[in-house]
Design a binder for this molecule. Structure first.
Ligand code: PMP
Length: 357
């Protein structure tokens, strides 16, 4: 049998395993920060109609520039953004890959403050971009001084900021974004996949876009919109950034079906985003309950919670799985991450947690 090692694969890919959380068939799946609520029936119908309207024309390529969808996304984001400042792709993973293809690549570097989203270094690897793992401070925080010192030391071509940060959950102080923008010699990407779940008082980097052509804010419909299976991510930036990613995107990367489904979902955003408040309540309930039980817990502005288990995290992960609850071991010694879903899922998780002590 031929194995990967027998193939003339790139040296830097040799011995690697594909990225991905376990997709296990267990009663309570709280490991990938999806929205636990199914798509509401009226939205199912609207998306179905929108898809049906596309079917006869599937002999033709879709709108390569996805103009109507980008206009809808700009309208959703507000901040006076226009279609020229928004770009869309198959998930924010693809958006970030395109950004690295355009602004990273061989001979260039990208820097991120770990622990952060584990796909950032993998996207760097796939695009031949050197990865610089910079560090967060105490309690997984990041101050402007800590961030600036590391950007100054490495002068990366691309800086990743993640706010709210995955896996810790906490949003960045806007002063950190401003300070990094002032110091960074290249592009600054603020990954705001979880922005809709942020606690009141949190500021999106969208507000900082005017006058900052090297700033890119990435968003997704996978989390708050409950549209992970639809695969739709997007960015907001200066029109010149949109022009840059168009140099590397595959022609017709967004299928006609994806564009139509996403537009129908956006048209029903009130119904889809209607779950956000309920999810935030479960998130706050998990934080409060785990703290009351004596666990250390990171502040969360997202739809997940990072908590200390008090022991080896892989053992705790297995104990919770045996109790029917799948959470995420992100490889942080002593810590696990749980997604906030429905009240019943929180009940199951909190009950399973009693098995740890
Ligand atoms: N950014 C962050 C911080 C994430 O946690 C995720 C999903 N886990 C993504 C981006 C990618 O999401 P998608 O490709 O589904 O938009």
């Amino acid at each position: 049998m031929t194995t990967l090692d027998d193939l003339p694969i790139r040296d830097d890919l040799r011995g690697l395993k594909p990225y991905g959380a376990p997709q296990l068939d267990v009663p309570v799946r709280l490991n990938t920060n999806e929205n636990s609520y199914p798509v509401p029936e009226p939205v199912v119908e609207a998306i179905g109609k929108a898809l049906a309207a596309e079917l006869r024309d599937l002999n033709r390529y879709p709108d390569r520039d996805a103009v109507a969808l980008r206009a809808d996304l700009a309208g959703y984001l507000g901040h006076g953004l226009t279609v020229e400042q928004v770009w869309a792709a198959n998930g924010s993973n693809e958006i970030q890959q395109q950004l690295l293809q355009a602004f990273g690549g061989p001979g260039r570097t990208a820097l991120g403050f770990t622990p952060a989203y584990s796909m950032h270094p993998l996207l760097a690897l796939g695009t031949g971009t050197g990865w610089i793992p910079a560090a967060r401070g105490v309690d997984f925080g990041l101050t402007a001084d800590e961030a600036v010192a590391q950007v100054r030391a490495h002068r990366p071509d691309v800086v990743f900021l993640c706010s709210p940060n995955n896996p810790t959950g906490t949003a960045l102080d806007p002063a950190v974004v401003a300070a990094v923008l002032a110091e960074a010699p290249g592009m600054v990407i603020v990954d705001e996949a979880y922005a809709e779940f942020a606690r009141p008082g949190t500021v999106s980097a969208l507000a900082v876009l005017p006058g900052h052509p090297r700033l890119v804010v990435t968003r997704t419909m996978s989390k708050a919109f409950g549209f992970a299976g639809g695969r739709l991510g997007y960015l907001a930036a200066d029109p010149a950034v949109v022009a840059a990613v168009q140099l590397v995107r595959l022609p017709y990367h967004l299928s006609a079906l994806t564009q139509a489904a996403a537009r129908a979902a956006l048209a029903h955003r009130d119904a889809l985003l209607g779950t956000v408040t309920a999810i935030m309540q479960q998130r706050d309930r998990i934080v409060a309950e785990l703290r009351a039980r004596g666990h250390r817990v990171a502040d969360s502005d997202a739809n997940f919670v990072l908590f200390e288990v008090g022991g080896e995290q892989s053992t705790a992960w297995r104990t919770l799985l045996d109790a029917g609850v799948l959470v995420r071991d992100v490889g942080l010694p002593g810590w696990l991450r749980v997604t906030a879903g429905t009240p019943a899922e929180t009940d199951a998780f909190l009950t399973a947690m009693e098995k740890l002590s």
